[in-house]
Ligand binder design. Sequence first.
Ligand code: ZN
Length: 408
Amino acid sequence: MDIRINLERLRKDIEELGQIGKDPNGGISRPSFSAVDLEAREWLKDRIKSAGLLLRQDGAGNIFGRLEGEGKTIMAGSHIDTVINGGMFDGSIGVLSALECLRRIKEEGLKTEKSLEVASFTDEEGNLVGDFLGSRSFIGPPNKEMLESGRTQFGIPFPEVLKNTEFTIDSIMEAHKQRPEIETFLEIHIEQGPVLETENTSIGIVDTIAGKNYWICQFIGEASHAGTTPFELRRDAFLGLADFALRSTQYVATKHYGSMLTIGRIQAHPGTFSIIPGRVDFSLDFRSPSKETLEEIKKSLMFSANDIASTRGLEFSYVLIDKTDPVKISPQIVDMMKEESENLGYTYMTLPSGAGHDAQIIAAVAEPGMIFIPCEDGISHSPQERIKWEDLERGANLLLRLLLRLAQ
Ligand SMILES: [Zn+2]
């Protein structure tokens, strides 16, 4: 069956949704459960209903549109929340392309054996309490204490945010019970990196999604006077971090090609001109497509940090903030994507995903698959996020083929 998506309609949807939450400071600011997100949710529900799909919503605010069949469900989707001053394509193309595919299938009157469902997951971006709140709650009960005591990144207690919504901590804890049995979950997303654009390829077939460790770390030394404390008596916490940053980055870059390490947030204390930093707090983000490599990196980081600490008279400590395992996409799904790209006459390449996505979380309950399309200069999470519409058209046509094939 050679049916194609309607790009004009899909583009109109993306542009309309992109008007909700436009930030005067640039881009789109639409964190989950904000006033503009609630407006976007109503908009999406309307679009689902007018497509003639069965609208569902679970206790975590995940929104679904269903084409009923028999047996298991084939699901596709992503998220409509954004970071502050984010772009209009991250997440939204995954939800709205899936919606367009189901709309086309319904219009053509095609009957699939299995059920098809479009999904939009709450707070993928982690503005509320850790990332992937919606997809995590979808696969099982999340950590209740985290929900009860969590604060959003805007400093508001999470239970306070829920008061503006129809959801409660209990409803989030129960959300997973409303999940149908899912066979495959597909997500189309912008690449958020430069590879596809550099290779001049519209379709990226993801073969692994990197796992990640996110730590908050500290070197503790002693604050003292910058003019009177001799070098040999200093316990300079910042220099500990400087050593560690160079050593650990060099180690990952040279020993584990394809893995990443980033120190993104740094705060020295007391943080002033004439005092040697007695403490430094920093974030540490390391990722790898391989679980074993993640473990190796972790061991090596611990060794370096403790070694540097003992040489410089410091103490090192860390708190694990978040951890996700890498996901390997099944060869059957990857092969099917290659085959359908060839049938459509599209060029493609396989690549790993360095960023986390809902598909990685849903992999716990369904076979995942991911399609990437290029974004200009690899830029995302920014008002400068751009795509080429013809790339999206190809990606969405591929998604449509896959959904039809998987639902037979
Ligand atoms: Zn996203």
